[in-house]
Design a protein around this ligand. Structure first.
Ligand code: GDP
Ligand code: MN
Length: 382
């Protein structure tokens, strides 16, 4: 679960990480009231879960109420890379001497937590990694031992963070590590981590992703879950209780079982296509579920072909076929279907599909996953 910046900062604050005083607003009047309360200058920041808000005009300094009003007015409702701004965070503006980068993630291959630290912050870390990889210090942390102040300090020195900022950076790294581990994060990133002219170190941005598997021990996460923004496709899928994740490609995918769905994405990629989504209709899916899945896929404007990949175990071929026949009669599909139907009662399923008299321009059947993927990708590319 990805948090908005303001939620990430509230999360950081629990672990003692210094952040600027501020508050969140959904209206211009509220934004101005917050600015008046905390005192000028303030920064008005678009709350969207995408980077590069600064460059997109979603972050503005205001030195009085008039400016706060103008900026909040222009930022609220703004579209940043397809994300509509519904909230702004207004915080006390900071003076910046230097900008650094710090993050913790899990390095699965190394089975260790990974600290990444750089004296070159404020910019895209991918850019730093590409241009000057030596500028990023990577330190694996043994989860049993944790991160000591001394190790954090050594990392700061190695990253060539100036002497006067090292103690401040190290203490934030220890706090951030605590937030990452005790706080059950998948990602805890500060970019930029700033040094103020006065010498204090401070988190100016927050990017936090929480590990949803740990939500059972964090009742306080409910308020974060309440603000999760789903796109239209994901909302429809949730209503229908489908395991769906929206992607950007053109081949709509329906499969039974998460593993088969993942493999289907891989095979589509392998033959040169791109998946529009992940959708697992689960084991034992009936006609109703299949029809619902097709409706969700059909609501995606980018979809140019639909690949249905079923290997029946508990899921029965004739149910899948009935669902497709029903969906085809119920909704006018935006794209042709290619199906690979195998496993339990597949013969009966194929017979139902054949007898339904669905034209080949709407549905074709292929005997293997690879052939079906090739056909779907070819249609999407036409
Ligand atoms: P992002 O572009 O979405 O990552 O948003 P950030 O919160 O990281 O802000 C982008 C940039 O805006 C920072 O790197 C700073 O240069 C600038 N900025 C943000 N807040 C302040 C502030 O309080 N004071 C000043 N002077 N600049 C700020
Ligand atoms: Mn940032």
């Amino acid at each position: 679960m990805d948090l908005f910046e303001y939620q990430g900062k509230q999360y950081f604050a629990r672990y003692g990480i210094p952040v600027s005083a501020g508050d969140v607003a959904t209206t211009v009047d509220d934004a101005v009231a917050i600015a008046e309360r905390i005192g000028y200058p303030v920064v008005v920041k678009a709350q969207v879960q995408v980077g590069g808000r600064g460059k997109a005009g979603g972050i503005k300094l205001a030195s009085d109420a008039d400016e706060a009003r103008v900026h909040a007015g222009s930022i609220l409702g703004m579209d940043i890379k397809g994300h509509v701004v519904r909230r702004v965070w207004v915080e006390r503006a900071s003076d910046i001497a230097e900008e650094y980068y710090a993050s913790f993630t899990l390095d699965r291959a190394a089975k260790r937590h990974l600290l990444m630290l750089s004296a070159q912050g404020g910019v895209d870390i991918e850019e730093v990694a590409a241009k000057d990889p030596g500028a990023i210090v990577r330190l694996h942390v043994n989860p049993i031992e944790g991160l000591s102040e001394a190790a954090a300090r050594a990392a700061a020195a190695e990253a060539r963070i100036p002497e006067r900022a090292q103690a401040g950076v190290a203490s934030i790294l220890v706090q951030l590590y605590e937030c990452f581990t005790a706080g059950d994060c998948d990602l805890a990133e500060i970019n930029p981590l700033i040094l103020k002219p006065t010498g204090e170190v401070h988190a100016l941005d927050a990017k936090v992703s929480l590990d949803a598997n740990a939500s059972f021990r964090h009742p306080e996460w409910d308020e974060f879950a309440a603000t999760v923004e789903l796109d239209d496709r994901e909302r429809l899928a949730r209503e229908k209780n489908l395991q769906y994740i929206g992607l950007d490609g053109t081949v709509g995918i329906i499969a039974n079982g998460a593993g088969l769905a993942m493999s289907t994405l891989d095979v589509v990629n392998q033959v040169g296509g791109s998946a529009a989504n992940f959708l697992d209709i689960g084991g034992g899916a009936n006609a109703e579920v299949m029809a619902g899945a097709l409706e969700v896929i059909n609501s995606d404007q980018k979809v140019r072909s639909i690949l249905i990949n079923i290997f029946g175990g508990i899921t029965r071929g004739e149910e899948v076929a009935k669902g497709i026949v029903e969906a085809v009669s119920r909704v006018s599909l935006r794209a042709p279907i290619v199906i690979r139907l195998d496993g339990t009662n597949a013969d009966e399923g194929r017979r139902i599909l054949a007898e339904a008299g669905i034209p080949e321009s709407v549905l074709t059947s292929k005997p293997t996953m690879l052939e079906a993927a090739r056909a779907a990708v070819a249609i999407a590319g036409r």
